[in-house]
Design a protein around this ligand. Structure first.
Ligand SMILES: [Zn+2]
Length: 362
């Protein structure tokens, strides 16, 4: 069994990086050994691996601190949008292709992040980057919004734009996306320059999308670039990239306090899980018990709220007793079965994430 001390994290902040800087960091990341977990979001490039490292990463943590950092990343505590759902999916998605000892070692971090997300109700998505960009620019939503890109970030930004109060929207891309509704116009990328003037023009381009020159853009009051590498060159009326959004979030004392609080809670959750892992409790079984307890506690809250005459202490007692009667024996059997495939099949039936559908990745 690989020791936790071997776990190493190398990380780079790439929010709003130029293409040259982005490509050079990406090359260094992929020089790490095969079987490492490569985590790429629009704000960070990170590689989690076993053994020491001499690369030039500005962030390097090892051992238990590396495990905590993975949990923080997965919970979205390092994202501009606190708790961004798509980031959890991206971090989790990087692990199945990693080497088996790395996956086994990192399971408690993903479990702790999932627990925190549920407990603290962290449900914001990438569309909330639009809120942060407007705040960073000191702009108010309204008028027409033009979104360049057709991926999931573009879809979420259009939806968020309408929710915030933009009156109309146009999407520009190489091909008309399936998700476009009748309220949103479409313009082919080749005709971008002739699109209507906008109050905000939002670039939602993936790293591998072709670059655009500033003279390709129609007139806009505010240019927002949510991609990395950044395309929005200086010279526009006002330009906000992920770098400015990051600075604006970091300067907000309320955000810092909330993130600090969540980080401390996450460290507690992770410590209880690594303790449990050391004592031989299968993470899947633990998750199952947490899910059952979550459902029980939520039902108690609902019952007491709808029927205020009920005695909370009695309801707590009754429901705990019922849940224990039903699940004590089956969970004991799972813990002692010695058959991981059987445990995985049974616990998957209770996996809330699977029930509620997987989040799409940008
Ligand atoms: Zn490294």
């Amino acid at each position: 069994m690989t020791d936790l001390d071997d776990l190493t994290f190398c990380g780079w902040d790439i929010a709003g990086a130029s293409r040259a800087r982005f490509e050079s960091i990406r090359a260094v990341v992929h020089e790490h050994a095969a079987g490492s977990a490569f985590i790429e979001t629009c704000q960070r490039l990170e590689v989690l691996h076993l053994g020491s490292c001499g690369c030039e990463a500005p962030v390097r943590v090892a051992g238990a601190a590396a495990l905590l950092r993975l949990a923080e990343l997965a919970a979205g505590l390092h994202s501009a949008v606190l708790g961004e759902r798509q980031v959890f999916a991206q971090v989790r998605g990087a692990l199945p292709v990693a080497a088996v000892p790395l996956r086994r070692l990192t399971a408690p971090a993903i479990g702790a992040a999932r627990h925190l997300r549920r407990e603290a109700d962290l449900a914001a998505d990438s569309g909330h980057l639009l809120d942060l960009a407007l705040t960073a620019a000191g702009a108010t939503p309204g008028g027409h919004i033009l979104v360049v890109g057709t991926g999931s970030v573009a879809r979420l930004v259009v939806s968020r734009g309408f929710a915030l109060g933009f009156a109309s929207a146009t999407v520009a891309g190489r091909q008309r996306p399936d998700w476009l509704d009748s309220a949103t116009c479409f313009v082919p990328l080749a005709e971008l320059r002739s699109a209507a003037a906008s109050a905000a023009l939002v670039l939602c381009l993936s790293a591998d999308a072709p670059d655009l020159a500033v003279h390709d853009f129609p007139r806009t009051d505010l240019l927002i670039d949510l991609g990395t590498p950044r395309r929005a060159a200086p010279g526009c009326t006002a330009a906000v990239s992920l770098a400015e959004i990051g600075h604006s979030v970091a300067a907000d004392p309320e955000q810092s306090a909330r993130r600090g609080q969540l980080r401390r809670r996450l460290a507690e959750l992770l410590a209880s899980r690594t303790g449990a892992a050391a004592a031989g409790v299968t993470p899947g079984v633990q998750r199952l018990r947490e899910e059952i307890e979550r459902v029980r506690a939520a039902e108690v809250e609902r019952a007491v709220r709808l029927r205020p005459h009920l005695d909370r202490v009695s309801v707590e007692h009754l429901t705990r007793s019922l849940v224990n009667q039903l699940f004590h024996h089956p969970t004991q059997r799972l813990r002692t079965s010695g058959d991981p495939a059987f445990v995985a099949r049974v616990t998957a039936l209770f996996d809330a994430d699977a029930r509620h559908g997987q989040e799409a990745r940008p």
